[in-house]
Write a protein that binds this ligand. Sequence first.
Ligand SMILES: *Cc1c(COP(=O)(O)O)cnc(C)c1O
Length: 214
Amino acid sequence: MACNKKIYNELSLKFVKNNVQLVAVSKLKPIEDILEMYDLGQRDFGENYVQELLDKVHKIDKDIRWHFIGHLQTNKVKQIVKFVYLIQSVDSLKLLKEIDKQCLINNICVKCLIQIFIASEETKYGLSEAELDEIMTLYKQGIFKNVEIIGVMGMASFSSDLQKVRDEFKQLKSIANKYAELKVISMGMSQDFEIAIDEGSNMVRIGSMLFGKR
Ligand SMILES: *Cc1c(COP(=O)(O)O)cnc(C)c1O
């Protein structure tokens, strides 16, 4: 058993009750693990790496909604736009413009989340509130015709200071509240999803707790 069936069933029940969408993060995990969870009813899977995503998309012929959650290089956008349901990790205006451009070429519209930097660590990608404001101003002007911005994504600090983690999630939620368009609040991973849900998350991205450690 590669995915933890018992934990999956417990968690998915709890998320349904709370109106929280579960994205099962399958990065670095084999296709068999994904299929096993698919058979339990899971349809949303998250991947971090372009090549790995493409590989899985081409090998798995199922109605899976693929979420891209890793740092996305502008020059790789064209490879994935046709296959993704939601790009959660839009972390620059340049990237958003490229997604819009590639979607136009393919005559599609892709849903996006803007990744906001809320942690205190320097290694995490994401935009500031001011940069989000700039993007939303352009978005409302109708500059981007082939992307739909539906929310925000953020990662809290890897910290044992739970109050700090809570404050970071609170901050993301309050930033999103400024814009009616930003309905999806993607926050919470294996180690902090309960706090995230407490603070208003409606989408969690969980990997190791479901599939075991990577
Ligand atoms: C890997 C990853 C996750 C899942 O992390 P776990 O700790 O394994 O639950 C969630 N979000 C992003 C952006 C990730 O890169």
